[in-house]
Design a protein around this ligand. Structure first.
Ligand code: GLA
Length: 404
């Protein structure tokens, strides 16, 4: 009997139980994802009440209205696998179960995220998804999960592309759109292979709430915000709508100065990183709240073009970064890495900002832009020099508009 080849292939794919060509869910991260994650403040000390309270505060404080919609539970929510291999949450910390928690979070108009790992154990020593990928994806889908952060601990001998693609396919076959956040620390250059696998990929090891330190955690180091910024060199070409370079979760409100926090937030906004809060939002200072809800800074991050900034000039401690925005507009960040305030005088007429990669140019001789100083509140236009004092370990962030 002759069997037509495509029919045979389709039958084989069906028999293997996998979709012929699985894909990530499209449209989940047209702009960088925004939300909150438990790890940076709480590490393993989490429970369902904390998640509920956080969801409440995200609504009441205006964070949700500012765009932060994901409430992400990081490591250590896990209990045990049962006899059939099904994972359950820790019964003491999450006694109502994940479905009830997802219902609660959804009831607030927010979305719920969860964490797992490619290996048999997570970084916190809890059960990972290795060998249970399809089962876990189905469980998460049944709970109503919207976001999966997938870590890289206990991955010895695993091929990263294979391990993350397996989970992508598992999510697809579970059928619920869940944003897939790859957390592989940049070890195997995920920017080169993860565009069709996940919606974002961590580019570095973990962040640490300091300006420019390397903090030793024993076998590995965590990095201050300037260290992480420097590790983004050469990566801007890989990110865009639906696939982002993830510079790790924010440390705003975690002990740096307000100027440092604003610089940190501005840099993450300029480079189009996901904006995932890492502070205890129940106890935010007014300054932290103001930084995190800046409409202009968030608009720069969420610009629909999704083009990350690049550094176009630097002199000593002062650097100039530019980000093309939709409709021929621009954002400009003047970063001062130094420990003393830096007076700057920027003559627009002397500068021609040219993004070769994306074929976008700001020619200040031809076009006059109006600017808003995002943190300082001043306004002006590019027909006159821009004079400012950039705070120590700080930034001036400008949003340029074509209508003066
Ligand atoms: C890794 C990740 C962190 C966090 C912890 C949890 O270090 O990079 O973001 O998820 O694991 O154990």
């Amino acid at each position: 009997m002759k069997v037509w080849m495509p029919v045979l292939l389709a039958a084989c794919a069906w028999a293997l139980g996998a979709p012929a060509s699985a894909q990530k869910f499209d449209g989940l991260a047209a702009t960088p994802q925004m939300g909150w994650n438990s790890w940076n403040t709480f590490a393993c000390d989490i429970n369902e009440q904390l998640i509920r309270d956080t969801a409440d505060v995200m609504v009441k404080s205006g964070l949700k209205d500012a765009g932060y919609v994901y409430v992400n539970i990081d490591d250590c929510w896990h209990g045990k696998r049962d006899a059939k291999g099904v994972i359950h949450p820790d019964p003491e910390r999450f006694p109502s179960g994940m479905k009830a928690l997802a219902d609660y979070v959804h009831g607030k108009g927010l979305k719920l995220g969860i964490y797992s790992d490619v290996g048999a154990t997570t970084c916190g020593g809890r059960p990972g998804s290795r060998g249970h990928e399809y089962q876990d994806a189905i469980t998460y889908a049944e709970w109503g999960i919207d976001y999966i952060k997938y870590d890289w601990c206990d991955s010895k001998g695993l091929n990263s592309v294979g391990a993350y693609t397996t989970m992508r396919d598992a999510i697809r076959s579970a059928g619920r759109p869940m944003l897939f956040s790859i957390c592989e620390w940049g070890d195997t250059r995920p920017w080169e292979w993860a565009k069709d696998v996940g919606h974002s990929w961590r580019t570095t090891g973990d962040i640490y709430p300091c300006w420019d330190c390397e903090f030793s955690q024993g076998p590995f180091s965590s990095w201050g915000v300037m260290r992480i910024l420097d590790k983004q060199a050469g990566l801007r070409q890989y990110a865009g709508p639906g696939h982002w370079n993830d510079m790790d979760m924010l440390e705003v409100g975690k002990g740096m100065t307000d100027d440092e926090d604003r610089a940190h937030f501005s840099a993450w906004a300029m480079l189009a990183s996901p904006l995932i809060l890492g502070n205890d939002v129940r106890k935010m200072s007014a300054a932290t709240h103001r930084t995190l809800t800046s409409t202009d800074a968030i608009a720069i991050n969420q610009d629909p073009l999704g083009i990350p900034a690049w550094r176009f000039v630097h002199t000593g401690d002062v650097e100039y970064w530019a980000k093309p925005l939709a409709n021929g507009e621009w954002a400009l960040m003047i970063l001062n890495r130094g420990t003393a305030a830096a007076p700057v005088s920027f003559d627009w007429q002397q500068h021609y900002v040219n993004d070769d990669l994306n074929k976008r140019t700001a020619d200040f001789k031809k076009t006059v832009f109006g600017w808003t100083d995002v943190w300082g509140g001043r306004t002006g236009d590019t027909s006159r020099k821009f004079d400012a004092k950039v705070p120590a370990h700080g930034v001036v962030l400008l949003r340029l508009r074509t209508k003066v």
